[in-house]
Structure formats: C-alpha cells, structure tokens
Design a protein around this ligand. Sequence first.
Ligand code: SF4
Length: 443
Amino acid sequence: MRRLGLFEANVPRYTSYPPANHFAGDVTPEVHRAWLASIAPGSKVSLYIHVPFCRRLCWFCACRTQGMQSEEPVVAYTNSVIQELRTLRGILPQGVEIEKLHWGGGTPTLLTAPEITRLAAAIRDAIPLSTTAEFSVEVDPNEIDESRLDALAAAGMARASIGVQDFDPEIQKIIGREQSFEVTRAAIEGLRARGVTSLNTDLLYGLPRQTQERITASMQMLLSLNPDRVALYGYAHVPWMAKRQALIPTEDLPAPEARLNLFETASEVMKWDGYDSIGIDHFARPGDSLAIAAREGRLRRNFQGYTDDTCDVLIGVGASSISKFPQGFVQNAAATAAYQKAVRAGELATGRGHVLTPDDALRSYVIERLMCDFAVSLSDDGPFPREAMEPLLHDIAADFDGHVILNDNGLQIRQASRPLTRLMARSVDAYTSAQAKNHSSAI
Ligand code: SF4
C-alpha cells in the first residue's frame, strides 16, 4: 500500500463529485432558479441550514466559520436565512415537503432559545415538513443549555450530532478545543431526556500526541455514552487552507503509518463493542438506520458523510451552503456579507456551482458505490449500461492490481485493501489529480 501512495497521498473525501473545490461560476442565479422550479411538485427534499458562527474558533477546525462577540450579527444572519426561505417558497413548486432537515455549522446551538423557535417556525412556514420528516442538529456541548434543548425538542429534533475529537485533556489543549467528558455527558443526557433517539458522535484520529493508548481510552469513554453512530475522521492538517491550524505544532502530528494504526486501533474497540463498520470511517449500532441501509445496499454519500437519505434534491440555505440537484450543484455566496446583501434584495445568493455532465454522473456513481459498498455492481438493473462502466472498472483493476476482484458481476475491493478506497475513488476522478495537495491525507 505504501507503493500505491497510501501514506503520502492527499485525497478528497468525496462527499460530492466533483469535489466542491472544482465548483466554478457556470451556475448563474437564473440556472439556480430554474433547477429549484424544476423539482417535481409534491416531492420530498432535504433541507440544510448553515449557521456559520462559533463563540470559540477551535484551532483544528477547517470549517468556514466566524467568531462572534455579541448576538446582533447572529440575529441579523437569522433574519437573512428567513428571507432566503421566503424567496425559496416563491420559487418551489406546489406540494414540495421536507423529508430531512439538518442544522449545521459552525454552531447552530448558539442561537438563543427564542431564535431557535423563530427559525424553526419560518422553515415550516416556507416548506412544510412531511409526516415522516427527521430533524437533526449539530450540538456543541459547550454551547447548549436547558432552554435551548427545550426549544430544539419543541421544534421536533429527533437526531443530534456531537463533536468530541478526543477526551484527552493534553490533546484538547493542543488542538484548541477544551470540552470535558462531564460536559459532553451532560449534553447527551439532556438530549436523550428530550426524546432524541439517535445520537451521532465524532472522534478524530491523527491528532498531535495521540497514541494508541490515548485513542483507546478516548474511544472507551465515548462508548460509555452509548452513541448510536460514531464517525472516526482523520484529522486533516491543511494550514495553507485553514489558517488556524498553524497554531498546531506539526512536529507533534503522528506519522502517516501511525495514523493508520490509530484508525485501526479505534475501529477494533468499536467492533469489539458490537458496532458495525460503515463505509470508510463510520460505525453504527446494528439496529441503527445507517447500519440497516448499509446492509441493504442503500447507503449514500452527502456533505455530512454517510447517510440513508434517499432524496434527489438537497437544498442548502445560508452562506456557503451547497444545494444538490439532479442537474448539478450550487453553492451560496461564501462571505456572509455578500450572502446577506443578495437575500435581502430578494434574490438567490448563488455563488458558484457545477453543471453535471453525463460523464460526471457516471463517475459520481462509481465513486459513491466504492465509498459506500467497497464494490461496484455491473448488474443490468443499475443506472448505467455495463459498456459505460466497464472501462472505469478495468482502469481501477489495472491501477490497483491484487487489491480488487473484477469479474462479470462487477468490482470488489478486497477486505485488506479497504484503506485504499479513497485512492481508488481518486483514480476515477477526472478533475482532482492536479490539485491533490489541497486535500487531506488518504489515511
Ligand atoms: S469545531 Fe465546531 S465550534 Fe470549533 S470552530 Fe469548528 S465549527 Fe466552530
């Protein structure tokens, strides 16, 4: 695997194809409007609300987010989000309903309780929620209290995500995010007491001064809280893109081969505790909907990672939010000021995007199946003809000789070669190789 570049390669996470850094100015507000208007009347969509503010800016975090000193900018931003929702209501066809609603950031839980209630009401007013809709929120344990938990519960929150990173106090200090086990546990207990039935958590491997013993201890502490899902992400040290990361000492980062060992150690702890391994970096209790979707071949990839969301359309609301349509991707203006200026004028805040070509759609499908199933089927009931898929699969088999099985049924990655999955996906990617350095390590 070293020969194939596993430990040196910098590879996208393929939450979209093409990756968002290849979006350009070829999607105009008129195209954006036309794609929204072409959603089938009565269909169900996913809605993502982005809150790009944090009270603290953690050094390890590469999210596009801004610090806040007072509530005013957040209230002004919420007003803009509500205005964008009204603009969407004027464009969307009759009967469109929300099936999945997700609030992310940044820190959506820094909205005050009345603001949470106001935003939730505005969403329902703009686009009704279906009777089976699922509402999930990214919750910062340092930025939540009883009143905000009550407001989120009253708005219908059923699923929550909590970032942990690592419980080791020394590592937390080095990465600029201090969050005690007790604070995390209190947030989880508060969520569960209000009927949140599904809890996602994140842990990072590859952090400075992380050792096998330390990651094992952190994972055991996390599992004592009994999360339904765990995402085990590799820390991506890209200070040339995320300036705050320059505060993290490079010499304390584990070497690439040590990263792989950290991942495998943490994975073993979870599997030993009964979690199913999902895709390249997620784990779930066998009864969780993500684990069921994985077993049934229904796993998908979206901007939050792995999902069982089957909606064809994802509408992103807020600065820098990305929408996905069958025709392509649109990203709202990333700068909060530019976003607010557009929506206050009653316009869409279209920033950039990508129109999918037939070749993109084919490669996107192959990459998504590799990332979700470690396999690509050549069955006749798939969305693309066998003749179109075969050349791509043959190229993977040639580049990764001995690591895959290719036959008439399709391509399958050997169990021991699964760490190469992102590299295989990149070999299918017609856009990325020249810009590989802008992405994170393959492991
Ligand atoms: S980790 Fe969360 S709270 Fe910290 S900067 Fe990133 S988005 Fe904000």
